[in-house]
Write a protein of this length. Structure first.
Length: 134
């Protein structure tokens, strides 16, 4: 035998199951973290690729300057200054290093960076190297 209290509870439960007003909020709460992770991940990896391209460009330009224009890029400090000014991304002189190799003047760059992705910070070091004969 079904009591009136049970019948009332069943009616309330059935009424709550038929109501659809909060579904959008619950679906948004469940999918928003994944969507934000994807969006911020794409943005940060794009920034990492841009910085890698800037590092490659500045290293190649500095090695070329040391090879072609020794009056402007004759010393290691001048080469590092030239490389940091050519990057366009705010690298300072400590990122770059120079050496004399068998191929000529070798310029290297190492830039440590952390991707600020929510829930998953990733640390990496961007590297680039170029050598031009003197």
């Amino acid at each position: 035998m079904i009591t009136p209290a049970r019948r009332r509870r069943a009616a309330i439960l059935w009424c709550c199951l038929r109501h659809r007003r909060g579904n959008a909020a619950i679906e948004m709460a469940l999918t928003l973290p994944a969507v934000l992770l994807l969006i911020f991940g794409v943005i940060e990896f794009g920034r990492a690729l841009w910085l890698q391209s800037a590092l490659d460009f500045s290293v190649v330009e500095a090695a070329r300057c040391a090879s072609v224009n020794p009056s402007r890029c004759g010393t290691a400090d001048e080469i590092k200054d030239f490389a940091s000014s050519r990057a366009g991304s705010g690298f300072d002189n400590s990122v770059f290093s120079t050496a004399t190799a068998s191929c000529g003047t070798q310029v290297s760059g190492q830039y440590p960076m952390t991707l600020t992705i929510p829930f998953a910070p990733i640390s990496m070091t961007l590297t680039a190297q170029a050598c031009f004969p003197s």
